[in-house]
Design a protein around this ligand. Structure first.
Ligand code: GTP
Length: 288
């Protein structure tokens, strides 16, 4: 442009004189537009990429939250199922324990308390009688000539007789604090709390009479049985004259029972607290 002007090939005017600057300005302008366009394109691409990444991130977060929720629900369900199963097992265990306790305290044949349970009750009642200054009585009851019954009518008949006798005993002894148990074999025991020797003998006598008059039947056989009963009573607090331990009280009843057998059976004998044979209730003999 400068050479053309110098040679006079183009007229010198504002346009031609400033053509270089104008050209540069124009080029700068065009470059600026190009640069701006390029920047905008890059910015848009970057924004789009960011949006997409953000979208992806949110989606994965949502999936994570959803998965966690699902896991929690499943876990809660599992815990509930396990809790229910555990409760069920606990209930079964409680039932089994009750059953076990019943089995360990009950005589299978008669349903009465067994010896173990009677001993526990005797200890308890002894302590209570001691604290409250009450009398405590023990009856030992034994079926007479029971071996002959078994031998003659068979063991099943003997079993039935034991069950029937157990019912008779519980029908007479009904106070909640009293206890009827099977001491072993054809021998029964009765604990009478807050009961003096005199009352205990009266109870024993009622039992003796009831057993003697009750007909025991099983299948084609019907027979009458009788019982010998030993009675011992004490005031546990009375250490001077009474029996010192529950076992000694039972021993005394056992000695009274032995006397009843010796003296002819179907009778009641009382062992007095001074360890000597007591007043025998000869009612049995006199009435039979
Ligand atoms: N059926 C049956 N018999 C039993 C059971 N337990 C013990 N006996 C029997 O009871 C009988 C007891 O006999 P003994 O101890 O000789 O006494 P007893 O014949 O009753 O004679 P006394 O007691 O002297 O009058 C035995 O034949 C035992 O087998 C039982 O659970 N069922």
């Amino acid at each position: 442009m400068f050479i053309l002007l110098e040679l006079g090939l183009i007229p010198a005017n504002a346009m031609t004189l400033n053509a270089f600057q104008v050209g540069i300005a124009f080029e700068v302008f065009i470059l600026s537009i190009g640069l701006a366009f390029r920047l905008q394109t890059q910015w848009q691409a970057r924004a789009a990429a960011e949006r997409e990444a953000l979208g992806r991130l949110n989606q994965s977060q949502l999936e994570t939250i959803e998965a966690q929720k699902q896991t929690r629900v499943e876990l809660e369900l599992h815990v509930r199922e396990r809790t229910q199963a555990l409760e069920h097992t606990m209930a079964e265990l409680a039932d089994a324990n009750r059953e076990l306790k019943l089995l360990s305290t009950t005589d299978e044949l008669t349903g009465l308390s067994n010896r173990r349970s009677i001993n526990a009750t005797l200890q308890r009642e002894w302590g209570r009688s001691e604290r409250q200054g009450m009398a405590l009585s023990v009856l030992l009851l034994d079926l007479d000539h029971f071996k002959a019954v078994n031998d003659q009518y068979g063991h099943p008949f003997g079993d039935q007789a034991l069950r029937e006798v157990a019912k008779l005993l519980t029908s007479v002894v009904q106070r909640p604090t009293d206890l009827v148990g099977r001491w072993g074999g054809e021998e029964f025991i009765i604990l009478l709390a807050d009961t003096t020797a005199q009352s205990a003998v009266a109870v024993a006598e009622r039992i003796r009479e009831l057993v003697a008059k009750t007909v025991i039947s099983h299948e084609a056989v019907s027979i009458n049985l009788s019982m010998s009963i030993g009675v011992a009573a004490t005031l546990p607090a009375n250490v001077q004259t009474g029996y010192r331990t529950p076992d000694l009280l039972v021993d005394a009843a056992d000695r009274a029972l032995y006397l009843a057998k010796q003296n002819g059976r179907n009778r009641v004998e009382l062992m007095n607290e001074h360890e000597a044979p007591g007043v025998s209730t000869d009612l049995a003999r006199s009435r039979d």
